[in-house]
Design a binder for this molecule. Structure first.
Ligand code: SAM
Length: 277
């Protein structure tokens, strides 16, 4: 049987991601030779509250042009491109899934950002970077797939410079039992490793982080899903056709389960800003 890491990469793997997005862009009348990160936003913010979450977390981190950010579990690179485009900072993205890294590199070239954004394939629990390599860390909806959370947070603390900040979004375990599967990050419980917000904070603090801001954005995520349902005329499908192209045909069911798990208190959407002490 494949180990959990192989199972995670297999869960996300999809061929022709970049070409699929370009076709959709063409169909929407965009000039695919002159794409901006904003053009791609419907497709490449693969996390709860999508672009809105990225915008809010970026305002919290507020990187400067000289800041070098590592995006842990960067997916196809939407948030990395967003940060480089809007804040002029340098971003390195690390992700386990080779197909996502290939798409991230392709789309970054198409948006003319290769001077500031680059990618590495690898495992966040054994990062291919020297100690204190980065000024800031960023992660959105990736750690739910990682079983060894203490090891992950120790790696994050290792590669971040002392005094550097970590901006994070995570799906946490809620009080009302496990999530309803399939969800976007796992089709069954074998690759889903959720912790409560309290456990998450304690593990981060044990790894050497100090919490500066800690937010529960579950209500905002529930409200956004309800608004999208209303916009779709009450259809029970969360309206994120862009992500469906990346995540697969069963994405509507997984998005529905995400919304229901949040409403029922099975999951929570948390955000934090922390400092490496
Ligand atoms: C739901 S996607 C989020 C992608 C991106 N952060 C975003 O918000 O658009 C989760 C990502 O975490 C990555 N991931 C999961 N486990 C990982 C690990 N151990 N090391 C590196 N990346 C991992 C997956 O490959 C996937 O790209």
């Amino acid at each position: 049987m494949a180990n959990a890491t192989d199972q995670v990469a297999a869960h996300y793997a999809r061929s022709d991601i970049a070409e699929t997005i370009l076709q959709a862009m063409r169909a929407a009348g965009k000039d695919i030779e002159r794409l901006t990160p904003d053009d791609l936003a419907e497709f490449d913010h693969f996390h709860g509250r999508r672009l809105e979450a990225t915008e809010e977390l970026a305002r919290l981190l507020a990187p400067q042009a000289e800041t070098h950010v590592l995006d842990v579990g960067c997916g196809i690179g939407g948030p990395a491109r967003y940060l480089a485009y809007h804040y002029r900072c340098r971003v390195t993205g690390l992700d386990l899934t080779p197909e996502f890294i290939a798409a991230a590199e392709f789309l970054t070239a198409r948006t003319g950002l290769t001077d500031r954004v680059s990618f590495r394939q690898g495992n966040a629990t054994a990062m291919p970077f020297a100690d204190a390599s980065f000024d800031a860390l960023w992660t959105q909806n990736a750690v739910m797939n990682i079983a060894d959370r203490p090891r992950l947070y120790a790696e994050m603390a290792r590669v971040l410079k002392p005094g550097g900040r970590l901006a994070m979004q995570d799906v946490a375990q809620g009080p009302a039992g496990p999530p309803l599967f399939p969800v976007p990050w796992a089709r069954d419980p074998s690759i889903s490793f959720l912790h409560t917000p309290q456990e998450t904070r304690a593990m981060l603090e044990a790894a050497g982080f100090r919490v500066l801001v800690w937010l529960d954005n579950s209500a905002a995520a529930i409200a956004q899903a309800a608004a999208e349902r209303a916009k779709a005329g009450g259809a029970p499908v969360a309206s994120s056709p862009g992500l469906q192209l990346i995540a697969g045909e069963d994405f509507p069911e997984r998005a529905r389960n995400t919304a229901r798990s949040l409403r029922e208190g099975r999951t929570l959407l948390i955000n934090g800003l922390l400092e490496r002490v």
